[in-house]
Design a binder for this molecule. Sequence first.
Ligand SMILES: [Fe+2]
Ligand SMILES: [Fe+2]
Length: 375
Amino acid sequence: MSTTTASTQKSEKTIKRPTTAGKPQEIQNSFYGDFKMTHQRPNVNDRRIINGEEGDVVQLSPIKHKFAWDAYKAGNANHWLPEEISMQKDIELWKSKDLTDNERRAIEMTMGFFTTADSIVANNLVLAIYKHITSPECRMYLLRQAFEEAVHTHSYQYIVESVGLDESKIFNMYREIESIYKKDMFAVSLTEGILNPEFTTSTPEGRQKFMENLIIFYVITEGIFFYSSFAMMLSFQRQNKMVGTAEQFQYIMRDESMHMNFGIDMINAIKEENPDLWTPEFQKKVISMVREGVELEIEYGEDVIPDGILGLNKDGIREYVQHIADRRVERLGLKPIYGSPNPYPWMSEAIDLGKEKNFFETRVTEYQVGGTLEW
Ligand SMILES: [Fe+2]
Ligand SMILES: [Fe+2]
């Protein structure tokens, strides 16, 4: 508006903005670093994933962190919505006598974990991490991921509502069931430090704390805590049970696999940009966090299927969780911890080895834009 032009004044370099009284006031403490008028263009080599405000956090191109841009585009190509999937067969099955009590318990526990887990991840992304990421292309992916977490929470709500599960029981399970509560607490405790207004990535301690958060959320929560439930949902599908719910989880698994891969790429890029962070002590800490996460996931998996169902049992879950944890730490450049074999090779085919493309070709969506997907 012309009033803005007329009332906005400019000093030599610093942008001034009108106050309510029309008096110019310098912008301070903005998220844009040194926000001044200048013809000096940023050098993309100054762009860093954290602690890189001097690289300019809003100029997307030229892109430096290509993995993030690729992930953003792949995420867009995978767009889906829960209501596109029919839940009719699940509704009929849930009402019938063709599910055992243990199978019902497993479904309810799984929904009990997931109905709130994706919101915890989304809150960490938006309220804790985003502010401290200084690569515009990484921020683009975080925005895509945050939307996908909303779609996942929508999906769980849709499953609970359409199947007719007890909403208050399911949604409050994260406070009532100890094995779920402990997993969530493990993650949330790492959000706390980052949410502190005084938190900064300008110190080595702050950067290590930030890395811990990324590892807890991308490697342990999204890379380990989701996987015994994913194995269970795929087992239902292999027996042609709860097929609508299982199909929702197929799409969620595909998204989560991308979230984890993006997260690990981002962690590895931060390591390269901040070689002082990845000390032997810090690596030990990472291993001990992964070990703790693995034990929490095994405890949860055993709680979900205490007597074994659908070809899964406690020993298998333990081996499987240890096996995938080894794959995650290897991607961080660390030695495997457990050396456990994979008891569920069909899960590898579906998730770890990127063969899931065929898996999803049973259903063509209007959002699929080309066959370039690698994940
Ligand atoms: Fe999610
Ligand atoms: Fe996720």
